[in-house]
Ligand binder design. Sequence first.
Ligand SMILES: Nc1ncnc2c1ncn2[C@@H]1O[C@H](COP(=O)(O)OP(=O)(O)O)[C@@H](O)[C@H]1O
Ligand SMILES: [Mg+2]
Length: 613
Amino acid sequence: MWTSSYEADQSFMPSLAQFTIQQAHKASHIIHIAMEEKSIGYWIGMYTIISLVTCIVGSGRYYFVFSASLWASNTLFQDLTRAVLRAPLRWLDTVPMGRVLNRFSKDFETIDSKIATDVSFLVSNSLGLVGVIAAGYVAPSRPFFASCLLTPGRFFLSIYMVPLAAAMLAVSAVYASHYLAGAREVKRLESNSRSPIFEFFGSALTGVATIRAFGKAEGYIEQMYQKIDYYGACTFYVWLFSRWVSYRLTILGTLFTLTVGIVVVSMPNTNASLAGFALSFAMGYSLNVIWAVRRYANVELDMNSTERIVEYTKIETERQGGIVPPAHWPSQGRIEATDLVVSYAPDLPPVLKGISFTVEPRQRLGVVGRTGAGKSSLTLALFQFIRASEGKILIDGLDISKITLHDLRSRMVIIPQDPILFSGTVRSNLDAFGEHTDEELRDALERVHLIPSGSSSAASPSATASGTSTPKPAKNSNPFSSLNSPISEGGLNLSQGQRQLLCLARAIVSRPKILVLDEATSAVDMHTEALIRKSMEEEFRDCTTVVIAHRLATVVGYDRIMVLGEGKVVEFGAPWELLQKEEGVFRGMVRESGEEEGLRGMAREAAGVLIEE
Ligand SMILES: Nc1ncnc2c1ncn2[C@@H]1O[C@H](COP(=O)(O)OP(=O)(O)O)[C@@H](O)[C@H]1O
Ligand SMILES: [Mg+2]
């Protein structure tokens, strides 16, 4: 319009002849106004307003897109975290950690930083396309625009342009669909090839000492390179595919613009504004088509990350509901298992095959049996990590399969076979929620003989400082002399035995009614173990204790012994009674242990039997 306003009046007149009288009247009226006000300031003012509106709308668009994207990403992240944290043990056992890490890192990066931009550009290019088409075909039918553009040539132009534009769109769509069919799969390969890298890195990090000890570092580096190469190859092909389609689309766009140019030049009665409009239409159109198609493809490929994340948010989690037991539960600590059948997964054979036993309140039960007999599985069943397919476990008369998992697991304490510590300080590991005083914590450390007795009263003032102080490396050689001593990830700066003892101290601090120990002192020397046994006897006098023992000495003085064999109870009874059985399994184990005399003595003492053998 601006361009036309400088053309001679005559150039408008012939075109007006094509209108009806009424239209012409209206048009001439508008033109009259336009002609009157067509100072340079008017046009520049209009142009500035349009530009300003573009700025505001453009910024608003980004604000909208990115806040929506953050919200979506946040929601997905919470869903994924919730699902993974509540995943059943079986899922964590079978899914490689690398896959989970891949989703939490790279896939979220795509969602955080790529999808939003791609979606916003897709929308913007699609709207741009609509805008170009509207400007090209709708606007000229309005009288004012028509007066500028609607020459006999326009009709002629449309005959060429419409089919050309349609053809270009169709060919672009064909290329895009070819591209997507291949790119989708390559993108999947690329995403999947990342997981082994994470997995390998994680396991190499954990086992770095072993790898070095065996001089296998070179081999590991080589393997890592192979995995990275494979990922690199996938990435290369993803980009190659993208170049393939963009090359073709760009050529197509150039051809389209060129053809329009030729048509415009060779057309009779061309005026400058029409020619300019046609060419800018052609360029705008082809650019928007190319970019809309490519953005669409990008969005579809990015959605691969969303797909992968959503897949993991849909996994079956552990049951969340259940009865909330009374606050004082379990007040007695009576454990009753009847015909317990447990397997790790529905398609796996049961590991506990119909176990029944009762532990009375405050009794101590020792569980012994060969490796693989099902001892650890029994503890997992007690905490509902694996569920009973038949039979049930009652604790103080409540069926544990009906209680909310949170309540069940927070009211009992387990020290698993692999002691788990978290990076932080001694204090944060003993008392994660800051519920106990420093005296209690130091007392617990004393009882497991991590610090010499009597030292809790002579604590240094710095050690009694509140838990908010930053962890300082202890100058003292004993890392437990200060509650602020740092504990590295997984407790790797402590020996296995020290880790077990720290877990035991954690159990002492929380004073549960029911305590389950799974070979909790297996890496502790005999002398320390004997001392701990004493402390435990005093500390857990009011608790029901289930102890899985690797050494018979640990449990021979207990109230009951359960011998497990291949998922069944082989023997159950007081140790002294079991020792009286001629062909008893427990007696056999004691005999084989090589310390029969000592063990018999301990059992006899515990049973209070005074008769001389
Ligand atoms: N996470 C698991 N998934 C599947 N099977 C398992 C798992 N853990 C243990 N098992 C099986 O359960 C049986 C008992 O194992 P476990 O209870 O750990 O024995 P242990 O008495 O040595 O503690 C073993 O035969 C083992 O194959
Ligand atoms: Mg075990």
